[in-house]
Design a protein around this ligand. Structure first.
Ligand code: HEM
Length: 467
């Protein structure tokens, strides 16, 4: 989407052009070991400057073909038109997450995925956001109280603050308010331990080793897994005894039916609850951490955000009905998701022979789309590396459906899209009315991709009270 001339003129008149950090883009080809290191440390750093212009990049690793798509028409062809062929997650993703999620819909495909998707989608769909908004609002208000108590000049790790806040929201949503408050810490600790001990790149699959060959996960990863499973099994037991809140996601999963009208087993309920917990909190947390950082670096954006919040809310806390009035706040979140999509790489494996851009794709080949790279392709976006929320502002043309894909696209599109967007807007709007966050002087922010894209391992900022 090209920026309108008026927006260009305004940015130039104010003399501000902020380019937030992105990984170094190579101009010479990387050798095998350099690529190996980058794959392990920061996958988005593997792309070269030329890759950003290429619609399709083809490579072969030992016996496996890899197609990297960087073009809206090809995204449409793969993720929508050829969904049947390209719906499976990569072996790397499956092996990293299956021990945790079991057959949960995030890592499953074909009939099993379709049945689970039919059961889960209506529970967290956009139409349910109004019901979940009070949990969001009450949790954000608690954070406002905690930050106010910390006071002017307090030091915060904003990445960790946002991770805790969004974990609380999703925990209360899944387990119900009372149980959620008790359990968030325990589940989050289990997840973090698991993530710290699991190898995200499964090299055995890249050299073509079949799925059935067992992959080794160390004892620490197994311990973390057992902890998460025990906590959730315990909750499910309590719900089964009628002790849970029926409106909570677990209560709804008990009533849900798969595509064939069958109830979910206890094991399936556990797996889907873990999927929603995992998929639904770190993504929103990273979005918010990046948004705080970006807002802190742009006087223009900060002033416009405050102007909107003061005019629309005047000090009162926003609720679900305010979302449609907070157009600039939404634009900040959408621009944040363009520059730093929390899932920066979407990977698929071909279940059968397919076709991409006129090339035959063999069964088993890997297909990858990087929303991070696609969202910065100069042929699609003007000022692609600049932070310019105005491009998503009211009255601007929406970007193409297959060019802007922070929530993926096609039948596997994120079912928590509206939930995550609403939570991010409500959090930014509530807290930015009362506080400003200043980056700790001397701290260098870095875009780092492990399973999700984060501003480094922490985001130290200073709290300033507004007005
Ligand atoms: C800003 C916040 C969020 C972002 C950017 C995001 C992004 C994504 C993306 C890109 C995928 C597809 C991954 C792939 O195909 O490899 C996905 C899937 C999923 N997301 Fe989200 N998500 C967000 C919030 C949420 C929330 C709040 C929930 C739950 C309440 C959620 C639940 C799910 C589930 C269940 C899936 C799996 C869908 C399937 O495989 O059919 N997400 N999300």
């Amino acid at each position: 989407m090209q920026l309108s001339q008026a927006v260009h003129a305004e940015i130039e008149a104010r003399g501000e052009s902020f380019v937030p950090p992105y990984p170094h883009r190579r101009t010479v080809p990387a050798g095998f070991w350099e690529l190996y290191r980058l794959f392990r440390e920061n996958m988005i750093a593997t792309f070269s400057a030329a890759d950003y212009h290429d619609p399709l990049i083809r490579a072969r690793y030992v016996t496996v073909d890899l197609f990297t798509i960087n073009d809206p028409e090809l995204v449409k062809s793969c993720f929508q038109a050829q969904h049947e062929i390209f719906q499976a997650k990569t072996p790397q993703m499956r092996h990293a997450l299956r021990p945790l999620l079991g057959d949960g819909l995030f890592v499953s495909d074909r009939e099993l995925w379709a049945g689970r998707r039919a059961a889960v989608h209506p529970i967290i769909h956009a139409s349910r956001t109004r019901d979940f908004a009070p949990i969001m609002v009450e949790t954000i208000e608690e954070w406002r109280g905690q930050w106010a108590a910390l006071g002017e000049g307090a030091s915060l790790d904003v990445l960790s603050e946002m991770a805790q806040l969004t974990a609380e929201v999703i925990s209360r949503t899944i387990f119900g308010r009372r149980l959620g408050r008790e359990l968030t810490g325990e589940v989050v600790r289990g997840f973090s331990d698991y993530q710290a001990h699991v190898d995200q790149v499964d090299w055995l699959s890249l050299i073509g080793l079949p799925d059935w060959v067992p992959r080794f996960q160390g004892p620490a990863a197994h311990r973390a897994l057992r902890r998460v499973h025990r906590v959730i099994d315990d909750v499910i037991e309590r719900f089964a005894r009628g002790e849970g809140d029926e409106t909570a996601v677990i209560g709804q999963l008990f009533k849900a039916r798969d595509g064939k009208g069958r109830k979910l087993s206890r094991r399936a309920i556990r797996n889907e609850a873990i999927v929603i917990f995992m998929a639904g909190h770190e993504t929103t947390a990273n979005t918010l951490a990046w948004a705080w950082y970006l807002v802190s670096q742009s006087l223009r954006v900060r002033a416009q955000l405050h102007a909107e919040l003061d005019a629309e809310l005047g000090g009162r806390s926003p609720g679900f009905d305010d979302l449609r009035r907070l157009g600039y706040t939404r634009a900040i979140i959408e621009e944040t998701l363009r520059l730093y999509p929390p899932v920066p790489i979407l990977g698929r494996q071909a279940l059968a022979e397919g076709e991409i851009g006129g090339h035959r794709v063999r069964k088993g080949a890997l297909v990858m789309v990087s929303p991070f790279m696609l969202h910065r392709r100069p042929e699609i976006w003007s000022m692609p590396d600049h932070f310019v929320p105005e491009r998503f502002g009211p009255g601007m043309p929406r970007p193409g459906k297959y060019a802007y894909i922070p929530f993926a696209i096609g039948p596997r599109i994120c079912p928590g899209l509206t939930f995550g967007l609403s939570e991010a807007i409500l959090t930014l709007a509530t807290l930015a009315q009362h506080f400003e966050l200043e980056l700790e002087p001397g701290h260098a922010v870095e875009a780092k991709c492990r399973l999700t894209l984060r501003p480094g391992d922490g985001l130290p900022m200073r709290l300033r009270l507004r007005g």
